[in-house]
Design a protein. Structure first.
Length: 455
């Protein structure tokens, strides 16, 4: 049976000069632990400064309307639930870190989504082969959200903010709130009202963030795809419409108790205390429903988020791990589906079937190379959230010293065949971009243009 074609925009080999190839190869080899060892005891303190000076690349971007020094971030999960983990990421120079997802609660401590607060720390990195025949990696584990106390989560936010202060690394909380089943027919608003203001308060304790809007991810876990809560498409679309309304109301009411009074006029020019992103999951339906979810969050009104994250891991109800049946997985099938859907969404937007303006979004899913990151960028992603790539076996990284975050960034930037540097230079030529400097921002959303150029 022939392999399925992959929905990629970029060719197998970058069209760049031999001189550039040699320079990138040289930098790839200059890592701690090599015989050359020119970068001792480690790579440059600022990789974005280095690629700017050596390759003319400006890698600045944004996430949730916040400026980023670079587009690389750590996705919410087991690798962002301790102060030590965050400290390593800040030291490595990540643009942003999304903390482990906390499960919302009301003022009595009750959690309607408590089933997602499963204590499980064991993770297994496994090779996986997609339907296309492409090899990749997936991480298996049974755990879901934050299982410690809510106060401990608030303390993690405070510690993370303190460590990141002045470094340029953005700290992003993540939360899972009540989502009604088709049988419930009501929303547990108390969870939104109790949880959100306290997350905001903890995030703002650092002086430099005292008035800044807080980025917040609303996590629609991939395990929802296997839950009875997502058996009806209409139910999922209601979640997407309603969650932004409840989250925003919970903080506006906390900061201004009179705002819930109908007699008090709204202040349309007052800045929002947070910027809300919805983490869109891959449902157990066809691609058309994924597109319907994307159309839904773009519809005008109070249910429209500020940004979104696409697209969470696939769910296999038959896949087993540690005696547990039904887990999420990643690898090439995930990126293939995400890229395919986002290509279709780009076409739909071009044809006018999506309400403008398009929301900014952050990509996640099988991002293990700079090239794959740029596949997402061509479809509109302004930042990249990685999880699996930060926990591969050590022999999968060329660097032999430093944290896994440092090793991963080295691979992402400087790999001579799949690295960000070499493929950015390829795209600069293919898209006829300005070259002083070559800006990553100029690549975002240019997939349609690239297809026309290629014709």
């Amino acid at each position: 049976m022939p392999n399925k074609p992959r929905p990629h925009e970029l060719p197998p080999v970058p069209n760049v000069s031999a001189e550039l190839r040699e320079a990138v190869e040289h930098d790839y080899q200059r890592f701690p632990g090599s015989q050359a060892g020119a970068w001792e005891p480690g790579p440059p303190d600022s990789l974005e400064t280095y690629v700017s000076e050596q390759y003319g690349l400006d890698v600045a971007s944004e996430y949730a309307g916040c400026e980023l020094r670079n587009p690389w971030g750590k996705a919410s999960g087991q690798l962002s639930m301790t102060a030590r983990q965050v400290a390593e990421d800040v030291e490595a120079g990540l643009g942003f870190v999304v903390l482990k997802t906390v499960i919302a609660l009301d003022d009595t401590g009750s959690q309607s989504m408590k089933a997602w607060a499963i204590k499980e720390s064991r993770m297994l990195a496994e090779p996986i082969v997609g339907r296309s025949g492409q090899s990749g990696w997936t991480i298996s584990w049974k755990g879901r959200g934050w299982w410690q106390t809510f106060e401990e989560y608030l303390e993690l936010i405070r510690q993370a903010q303190q460590m990141a202060c002045g470094t340029g690394t953005l700290i992003v909380p993540s939360c899972k709130y009540h989502l009604p089943t088709p049988d419930e027919g009501f929303w547990k608003v108390e969870e939104y009202e109790f949880t959100t203001p306290r997350i905001l308060e903890a995030w703002r304790e650092q002086t430099e963030h005292s008035t800044a809007p807080m980025p917040l991810e609303k996590d629609f876990s991939p395990t929802l795809a296997g839950s009875g809560r997502s058996t009806q498409q209409a139910q999922i679309l209601e979640w997407l419409r309603t969650v932004p309304v409840l989250v925003r109301k919970s903080v506006s009411s906390a900061e201004d108790p009179d705002s819930s009074n109908a007699a008090t006029p709204a202040q349309p020019d007052s800045p929002s205390p947070l910027r809300l992103g919805l983490k869109i999951f891959n449902a157990l339906f066809d691609d058309e429903f994924q597109l319907e979810m994307l159309r839904a969050i773009h519809r005008p009104g109070s249910g429209r988020p500020d940004f979104y994250i696409y697209g969470n891991r696939l769910f296999d109800p038959d896949r087993e791990f540690d005696g547990h049946q039904g887990i999420a997985y990643g690898g090439p099938d995930l990126s293939d589906r995400n890229l395919r859907v986002m290509t279709q969404f780009q076409h739909a937007a071009e044809q006018g079937s999506v309400s403008a303006p398009l929301l900014p979004w952050s990509a996640t899913g099988d991002i293990t190379t700079g090239k794959m990151a740029l596949e997402y960028a061509l479809r509109g992603a302004g930042s990249f959230q990685l999880h699996t790539f930060f926990q591969l076996p050590t022999d999968q990284y060329h660097m032999t010293l430093g944290s896994k975050t440092q090793k991963a960034l080295h691979e992402l930037y400087f790999h001579p065949q799949t690295g960000f540097v070499i493929w950015m230079r390829h795209l600069a030529a293919a898209l006829n971009l300005p070259t002083e400097p070559i800006r990553f921002r100029d690549v975002i959303g240019k997939g349609l243009l690239l297809r026309r150029v290629d014709r």
